[in-house]
Design a protein around this ligand. Sequence first.
Ligand SMILES: *Cc1c(COP(=O)(O)O)cnc(C)c1O
Length: 373
Amino acid sequence: MKVNFYTSQREYNEKKAEFDNAIKSVIERGISTLGKEVKDFEKAIQEFTGAKHAIGVASGTDALVIASDILGFKEGKEVITSPFTFLASTSCIAKHKAKPVFVDIDEETFNIDANKIEEKVTENTAGILPIHLFSQISDMDKVMDIANRHNLRVLEDAAEAFGMRWKGNGETYKHSGSIGDMGVFSFFPTKTLGAYGDGGMIITNNDELAEKARMFRVHGASKKYHYDYIGYNSRLDTIQASILLVKLKYINEAIKKREKIAKLYMERLSDCEGLKIPKIKGDQKSVYYVFNILSEKRDELAQYLKENEIGHSIYYPRPLHVQKCFSYLGYKKGDFPVAEKVSQKILALPIYPEIKEEEVEFVCDTIKKFYKK
Ligand SMILES: *Cc1c(COP(=O)(O)O)cnc(C)c1O
């Protein structure tokens, strides 16, 4: 049995008429940058997340770069973050010549180890950039406490965290991205809420930051041909927004399906010796964007899955502190032992709402066969 790591085909076939109509209605109206669907989608995201403002941009990466610019992550300022993430979480800091300051990750959640943040705060620190990876939100109680006491800005990389909510020791569950000063989502096709191309969003509860973000995405213009800032050309595409509006209608259902698949994996793999399954920490509502396992024999297992036509992925095989592009920061192998260890053991299994139970069973049986060899 061939098992795809991800495919958009099944969802498209299920809702073909809805997707086709959404796209058609945009095209029929003619040229439409930041069109009606973008506004409708931004409003829908505000409602879904509870954030006061939502600003659609061209990608999650752009959302991070623009938000970093607005929050003053530049010119020698330091920003504390984790090296175990996708490049964009750190390149956005480096882009305007701020300095990424890495902190190792928590062994069980793969998110920034919040207990190690404060020791890195200096008088140059401008902010903290926590990344909510795979299935859960970082310890935002600790992050916000440190930020408040040291007057730091918090940018949440919630690119992978759509639908996740954090309560911690607070009163209510807050959507990822709405806890810090600004938060970003990515609508890259494989993400929990994914388009058929690139897309991203910035959310914030702060009126001033929102106004700047709205200007920055159109070259820093406060009105047409009047430029208050040197900005960007980074708009969420109207066709992608029309697709995202369709997908958002079914998002709770999709999240539930992901949870069901994750539970099936956990059940079937719980007695598999040699495998570790990540834990969710803190009072939060997780979303299984990615389902990871940790294996001492990761590379052999990955090869075995490949031979059996099972799609898989490795997020992330090489932490950012040892990437060539960040060599100028002066980090070396051994600086963040947890991130380095996890990057050698981690393996992501197929999970998406339309995956079939028998496919998940087949993946689990194959993994068990590998361990019995
Ligand atoms: C996907 C992702 C991004 C970038 O989003 P794009 O829309 O692909 O630019 C940033 N950070 C993390 C953690 C991501 O997973």
